[in-house]
Design a protein around this ligand. Sequence first.
Ligand code: FES
Length: 207
Amino acid sequence: MQYSQKVLDHFMHPHNVGKMENPDATATEGSPACGDQVTVYLKVDEEKKTIDDISFLSYGCASNIATASIITDLAKGKTLDEAKAITWKDAMEALDGLPPVKVHCSVLAADTLQTAISNYEIAHGLKEVPNFGKDTIVEELKKIIYPQVGEDIVTLKMVKYVGFTDGEVLIDMNMQSFDTWRENVAEEIREHLEKYPEVKHIQINFP
Ligand code: FES
């Protein structure tokens, strides 16, 4: 596995590491793919809505530490709206890429930043707690990376159908029986969705 020089630099000398005292918002997320965890802390200027300070703690691998480091660099000084536009792809690009099996690590870092911003906005009445529905499921599926190519399963058109009625999630997948990642992807879908109390049962169908 080859890491770029930038990944190695950020891993060995990460920026913005550490627990923040009295943050305005935090979020901790875990990766269902590997069990690693990241916490992001934010200090926000209430008037200008800018991220004045940001830091992170990672219990993750080298690429997770590197992506958390770069994502905090990218978000620092930005307005909340600008920071909301930062994706795992931006982090990957800023790091000159990651090996495909390590892309999920950048998703974890980006996702934790987005959850911290969302927690701030909810706590300050800037947005409502979103209702769980089909859109939430699709957003979660977009965080699941097909490890062979390092792209998410929605973009790769591996998801044919998503339904949600009375707590029942129904997902039809477009992955062939010879695809050795099938079980791995199904497991990750379950782990991403089971955390929602609204989800009572998950049915995943393959062709
Ligand atoms: Fe767990 Fe990278 S392998 S975050």
